[in-house]
Design a protein around this ligand. Sequence first.
Ligand SMILES: [Zn+2]
Length: 225
Amino acid sequence: MNKVKSRVHRLPTKNQTHILVNTYINPEKHTQSPVLDFDSAQRLHRENTDEQLEDRGFEHQYLYATTDEEIKKGYWFLDIAENVVKQCPNDKYSELIKGDCTRLKITASNDPNLNIECSGCASEEITRSYQCKCKEFPQFPLSFIKDYCDKGGIDEVYLAEEWFDESDVIYALTSSNEVIIHPIEEKTYNREEVIAFGKKCAEYGYENELDNEGQLTDEFIDRNL
Ligand SMILES: [Zn+2]
């Protein structure tokens, strides 16, 4: 199965979600993630009203997985310049924003405001007997949301792809309308790789006259690694 790399964004909402963010933590200044781990978030929800949580600086947020695929009519996208979610109204607009890297197609979310309109609802000629076939937007599995909270945020994932052609990608969905997520593995380094990297840094320092030794001694390595 092919996989497509997706970025994960979050935006605040007044609705209750599983993702609680502590707005007192500034990611620029603090090393701690503002995203609360899943169990703590659940506990805070049990023990506080939404108002109390807001008073304490907590904010509910939605998650959005995005790619830079073409945004067609009816597709939802994230405008990262304005930090808002919008729906592409027509083909003309789609053409206008083509290739604009500040507008990213949304491929999965836990935001219930996103839906996929059926042709009947889109036509505005709804009769009383009309049966709406609007579809729910592809969702994040709860296991991913838990993982997201416990890791203090995940910036990128792979989404499993069902099918694609030059113009579109169809993502694989489970029977409960959830996307299939594969983690992007972080590379782990062994001792030899770290030593080689350290030596390169030392050489760089020497060549650029930042350091007059220009080498990592075995003694230094044994003591520190
Ligand atoms: Zn409908």
